[in-house]
Design a protein around this ligand. Structure first.
Ligand SMILES: NC(=O)c1ccc[n+]([C@@H]2O[C@H](COP(=O)([O-])OP(=O)(O)OC[C@H]3O[C@@H](n4cnc5c(N)ncnc54)[C@H](O)[C@@H]3O)[C@@H](O)[C@H]2O)c1
Ligand SMILES: O=c1ccn([C@@H]2O[C@H](COP(=O)(O)OP(=O)(O)O[C@H]3O[C@H](CO)[C@H](O)[C@H](O)[C@H]3O)[C@@H](O)[C@H]2O)c(=O)[nH]1
Length: 327
């Protein structure tokens, strides 16, 4: 298939591009590089452009007849979405509607969309199943929920075939250590811990140790980026006109902040000092996926089980690229 991957120069998208290319697809990347890196993309495959530029989108769809779109491009800092919702709604909602318009004009009717566990807000139960109430607690989560709803309506009205994949905590890096996570600023737990191991930070701050969890720190479901990529490929193969798949992508197992720090200590051999600080606003105690629907629907099984192999792959990337794509 000829596939346009928006946000393919970013963290999750670049890993999906690798896998799609390996699977024999003809892959093109659309990215404005605001948070992505040319170095993360295969040579000659990057089309620079912004989702907010409708003319550019029309040009891109006129240049080639795509069979499907994988849509990773979005802004994804929960905290910034609270202080600057206008930018988030414009980029994530208007940008995606522009993309859907351009697809419709070009008769492209298949899309895989990056949704998030943040659409559930603070769930009543764990693990989280797809049928549970979606009630985001921040603008970022709302931007994703609005698009899930739009996809439903476009499927019904225009015959769009879609998958909305609700990722839990994307983590890890390509097994060969050549591409990985490089968010600037970095806010995610595993890269921040590994920056301590690299001597770039004094210590890691644990946001709260008084949660109702076994060790008092937050529990998350860390899912390897390459497992996300294989799920995208499987979803792409199952898209049907007028139908939508909405699936949780997680492993079904949680790890606490302290368990992640301990795994990083074991992997790096560094003491990794930590200090406990108050809770971070908006952090639910536990977010763990019931991923059985994705396993069944996509005939998919995450390869990376437990936090150790995820941390191992992340460390390989960070050790060999201490400044990310900057050097
Ligand atoms: N990282 C996670 O843990 C996680 C969890 C759940 C969902 N998601 C979702 O997965 C997707 C990818 O996340 P990521 O961590 O790889 O983020 P990322 O910031 O690394 O990648 C996003 C890419 O989109 C590009 N982009 C953003 N706005 C654009 C625009 N208007 N036009 C063109 N390109 C644009 C950026 O330059 C970047 O390369 C996002 O949609 C995010 O909301 C991520
Ligand atoms: O310095 C840090 C950074 C994080 N944490 C904790 O580590 C856990 C994981 O935090 P991350 O910031 O790595 O990830 P989140 O769970 O906050 O974020 C993930 O889930 C969000 C929805 O809740 C969004 O989808 C986001 O893109 C995705 O990375 C949280 O309990 C957080 O409180 C710390 O203790 N110290």
């Amino acid at each position: 298939m000829k596939i346009l991957v928006t946000g393919g120069a970013g963290y999750v998208g670049s890993h999906a591009v690798r896998l799609l290319t390996k699977a024999g697809h003809d892959v093109w990347i659309f990215d404005n590089l605001m948070n992505g890196y040319k170095a993360a993309t295969p040579a000659g495959r990057l089309i620079e452009g912004d989702l907010l530029d409708q003319n550019r989108l029309a040009e891109v769809f006129a240049e080639r007849q795509y069979d499907a779109v994988m849509h990773f491009a979005a802004l994804a800092y929960v905290g910034v979405s609270v202080t600057d919702p206008a930018t988030y709604y414009r980029n994530n909602v208007v940008g995606t509607l522009n993309l859907l318009d351009a697809m419709r004009a070009a008769d492209v009717n298949k899309i895989v969309f990056s949704s998030t566990c943040a659409t559930y807000g603070t769930p009543d139960k764990s693990p989280i199943t797809e049928g549970m109430k979606q009630d985001p607690i921040n603008p970022y989560g709302y931007t994703k929920l609005v698009i899930e709803r739009a996809l439903d309506d476009y499927a019904h009205a225009y015959g769009l075939g879609f998958a909305a994949l609700r990722y839990f905590n994307a983590s890890g890096a390509a097994e060969d250590g050549t591409i990985g996570e490089d968010h600037k600023p970095e806010t995610h737990l595993i890269p921040l811990i590994l920056q301590v191991a690299l001597g770039q930070r004094q210590e890691i701050t644990v946001f709260g140790d008084d949660y109702p969890t076994p060790d008092g720190t937050c529990v998350r479901d860390y899912i390897h980026v390459d497992d996300l990529a294989t799920a995208h490929l499987a979803a792409l193969e199952r898209l049907q006109p007028g139908k939508g798949l909405k699936l949780n992508l997680g492993t079904g197992a949680g790890a606490s902040v302290m368990e992640v720090i301990d795994a990083c200590r074991r992997e790096t051999g560094h003491t990794i000092p930590h200090k406990v600080a108050p809770r971070r606003a908006g952090d639910p105690a536990e977010l763990v996926a019931d991923a059985s629907l994705a396993r069944k629907t996509l005939d998919w099984t995450p390869k990376y089980v437990g936090i150790e192999p995820i941390v191992k792959s992340a460390w390989k990337w960070h050790k060999s690229h201490p400044n990310g794509y900057g050097g």
